[in-house]
Design a binder for this molecule. Sequence first.
Ligand code: 5GP
Length: 113
Amino acid sequence: MAERTLFHRIRDKEIPATIVYEDDEVLAFKDIHPKAPTHLLFIAKKDSDFVPSIDDLTEQTAHVPGLLIRKAQAFAKAHGITGYQLKFHVGRDGGQEVFYLHLHFLSGQALNE
Ligand code: 5GP
């Protein structure tokens, strides 16, 4: 089995994070070093959906980026966020530090909680 990453430990609630959304498929939590008024990270929860990076996608995991984008879109609608950026950092040279695929969700609009 691949090495467990920081985000496995957040997913499994071994490390605290400010969780803003969770269902059976995804978890979204606040980035610890926010680069915008709202900066969230969306990850897929199922072990069968685990992939370290966009660079590692296979037939089996090709749906995961779409899943994360769809959940981010629904989250934005639910919170009245009308403008945002979605980003994947790919590989160390692309600024990726945590090798558990995650979607950055950034918005200049603050999250109304
Ligand atoms: P990457 O650079 O791999 O795309 O993004 C990893 C992100 O995880 C960074 O923006 C970083 O600020 C965030 N991060 C790193 N450690 C923690 C942590 O312990 N908790 C949370 N919530 N975010 C973290």
